[in-house]
Design a protein around this ligand. Structure first.
Ligand code: NAD
Length: 310
């Protein structure tokens, strides 16, 4: 059975999404460069709106989406969608929670290794004509304590990968952590304070909510080991960047690797001027596999919703 719903895709997504929707009869407008004003003008014509991270679906835009039944985010975080405005209009909001877990967890591993061995710095210095072999004595991840804050899809995937490197795992979540998983990887459950004070590496995997905004602030950073390193691939607002900058600058923290920032694009962010900081431009989910998986998941969910299955 074919459908005849209209779909507006507002951001660049894997072509498989467009293909599957069209094969099922949906009428797709693919407009990856569309501006908020243009969306406002035409949003009332569409049954389904699809975004990634670029487009912000504000209350104002959603209030104009008079025909809309589904808003889909081809990714995980829903912080670019005003969910309460969607709920008020009875619009289903869906995302692809499992799509990015391997991509993000593997990036965290890469960032931890890069921090431990100062890989970006070593590369830069060679380009500057310097061979700093004696100066570049790193540390190993084996045997170090990795504290994972938020044991959802990505946190758990990271736990499994880090176990493969013989790291010791400490976990904190606001909901009970899966027992089978904890046993499998030998994860010790702890409160946030214990996790922060005992870990050599802390990796954040919580959503950005009112309750997680500046979850890691000056007070919490002060409880961490001076040699500890923090990795944030969740959302910028989860760490207070001013407090992080101070802690790193004063030598109260060993280092940080950041894929997400309070304001993006984070060009000119002063954290990027510090030698013990590694920055990446929000590339956690930027793998071919993750993009195609997320697009497939969203296509499947939309078809299932239209069929009344979910
Ligand atoms: P998830 O929903 O599977 O897991 C999140 C976990 O955080 C849940 O177990 C939840 O109980 C826990 N949590 C919520 N509030 C908490 C708190 N105050 N303290 C401790 N734990 C808390 O989500 P996920 O798929 O694992 O994604 C995690 C984060 O990664 C999200 O912020 C998402 O936006 C982000 N993300 C980033 C990228 C990227 O490109 N860097 C890609 C995908 C996802």
């Amino acid at each position: 059975m074919g459908f005849n719903e209209t779909v507006l895709i507002c951001d660049e997504v894997d072509p498989v999404l467009n293909k599957v929707l069209q094969e099922n009869g949906l009428k797709v407008s693919y407009e990856p460069q569309i501006t908020p004003d243009q969306i406002k003008e035409k949003i009332s014509n569409y049954d389904i709106i699809i975004v990634r991270g670029r487009t912000k679906l504000t209350k104002e835009l959603i209030d104009n989406a008079t025909k809309c039944k589904i808003i889909a985010r081809v990714g995980v975080g829903l912080d670019n969608i005003d969910e309460s405005a969607a709920k008020a209009r009875n619009i289903r909001v869906i995302n692809a929670v499992e799509g990015a877990m391997t991509a993000v967890a593997e990036l965290v591993l890469g960032l931890m290794l890069a921090l431990a061995r100062q890989i970006p710095f070593a590369d830069r210095e060679i380009r500057n004509g310097k061979w700093l072999k004696k100066e570049l004595v790193g540390t190993e991840l084996k045997g170090k304590y990795l504290g994972i804050v938020g044991l959802g899809n990505i946190g758990k995937r990271l736990g499994r990968l880090a176990k493969g490197l013989n790291m010791n795992l400490i976990g904190y979540d606001v909901i009970p952590i899966d027992e089978t998983f904890s046993k499998e990887v030998g994860l010790m459950k702890a409160d946030l304070g214990t996790l922060l004070s005992s870990s050599d590496y802390v990796s954040l995997h919580v959503p950005l909510l009112d309750s997680t905004y500046h979850l890691i602030n000056a007070e919490k950073l002060a409880t961490m080991k001076k040699t500890a390193k923090i990795i944030n691939t969740s959302r910028g607002g989860v760490i207070d960047e001013e407090a992080l900058y101070d802690a790193l600058k004063k030598g109260n923290l060993g280092g940080a690797a950041l894929d997400v920032f309070e304001t993006e694009p984070a060009i000119g962010n002063k954290l990027a001027t510090l030698p013990n900081v590694i920055c990446t431009p929000h590339i956690g989910a930027q793998t071919k596999e993750a993009q195609s998986l997320a697009a497939n998941i969203i296509a499947e969910k939309i078809i299932q919703i239209l069929r009344g299955v979910i």
